[in-house]
Write a protein that binds this ligand. Structure first.
Ligand code: UDP
Ligand code: MG
Length: 318
């Protein structure tokens, strides 16, 4: 029998947390009663610097029942960092941890399947969405496009897997070795290795509150994933540069020939077009290079990825 921690990053989730906590407790107590998990198993909620009553709710839950525990971050650090803080805390106590969203979008019905796979010797169990029926057409299109682009760029990703997964203690120890500041967990986790399994589930709609991932954040997250795991964009710049060079040689020959033929006034349009195009491409390339340098900059600073303010452990009220 194993001790399992559920880890939920929570940012302004006061609307969903009481219901989430209730449903998860039901599942966990059922698993305990059937002897699948130990009584030390817990539901750990990481408060990612919420501005609403999230932390108060977590403290209250913890006061009512020790199955709930809370980790309070010193400020908002984003979903990935909050999740990491939760996992690094969980691994001190648990044999395995399952990470899931606080909004119950990840089907909690498959938690038992995760644990079965873990008992069968798997270190990492990926929750994979079987369909995207509940997504808007736009979200489905952008999300699936994202996985395709990532795969094309050579990033090792599990298709349609987000952050719903089980990790054993030793897998989390492995995760700890990855010291990068620009966290993109679903790109890092496949690099840990060990035996893995996949469990399919239906993703539901968020039942209350609103998404904390608006389009702007989604795009930033996607670019983070690409630039943290692939140097292909840089290589593409070199190819584009080489191509531009070839084109410019062709243009040179062309304009010399035109000059010899005595028709030099032509070409204002093409000139304007190419000035703008070349300028645009250069700026774009500079921007991409800048992004990578920015990453190097933040990695070299080695700033902490999160700071834990307090952990609820039953002794005080946090
Ligand atoms: N989250 C977080 N910190 C943030 C943003 C989000 O801890 O800065 C949590 C959030 O509370 C939720 C999970 O990350 O549990 C996923 O966020 P959300 O449901 O808003 O994203 P979506 O499902 O819309 O992609
Ligand atoms: Mg959600």
């Amino acid at each position: 029998m194993k001790t399992i921690w559920l880890v939920l990053p929570c940012y302004n989730e006061e609307q969903v947390l009481p219901e989430t906590a209730r449903q998860l407790k039901e599942i966990m107590t059922d698993l305990m009663q059937r002897g699948k998990i130990t009584r030390e198993s817990k539901i750990a909620m990481v408060n990612d610097g919420s501005r609403d009553r999230t932390w108060e709710i977590i403290r209250q839950l913890h006061a009512e029942d020790r199955i709930y525990t809370g980790i309070n971050l010193s400020r908002n650090r984003g979903h990935q960092n909050a999740l990491l803080a939760g996992l690094m805390t969980a691994k001190q106590y648990a044999d395995a941890a399952i990470s899931l969203d606080a909004d119950l979008q990840d089907d909690v019905g498959v938690i038992e399947k995760f644990i079965d796979e873990f008992e069968a010797g798997k270190d990492i169990v990926y929750g994979v969405r079987s369909s995207r029926k509940t997504d808007t057409l736009f979200k489905r299109f952008t999300a699936e496009g994202f996985y395709h682009v990532m795969q094309w760029l050579g990033v090792d990703l599990v298709f349609n897997h987000a952050d719903y997964r089980l990790m054993s203690k030793r897998a989390m120890d492995g995760l700890e070795e990855f010291e990068e500041v620009n966290l993109f967990l679903r790109g890092i986790v496949p690099q840990i290795g060990y035996p893995t399994a996949v469990v399919e589930y239906e993703r539901h709609e968020r039942f209350a509150g609103e998404s904390k991932y608006p389009l702007k954040k989604m795009l930033a997250f996607a670019f983070d994933g690409i630039s943290s795991f692939s140097v292909k964009p840089m290589r593409m710049i070199i190819h584009a540069g080489a191509l531009m060079f070839l084109i410019s040689i062709a243009m040179l020959i062309y304009s010399v020939v035109r000059k010899i033929m005595g028709a030099t006034i032509v070409g204002w349009t093409s000139l304007m077009v190419s000035i703008w195009m070349v300028g645009g491409i250069q700026l774009l390339c500079l921007g991409i290079i800048g992004e990578y340098i920015g990453k190097i900059y933040s990695e070299t600073k080695k700033r902490p990825r999160y700071i834990i303010e307090s952990v609820l452990n039953g002794e005080d009220s946090g």
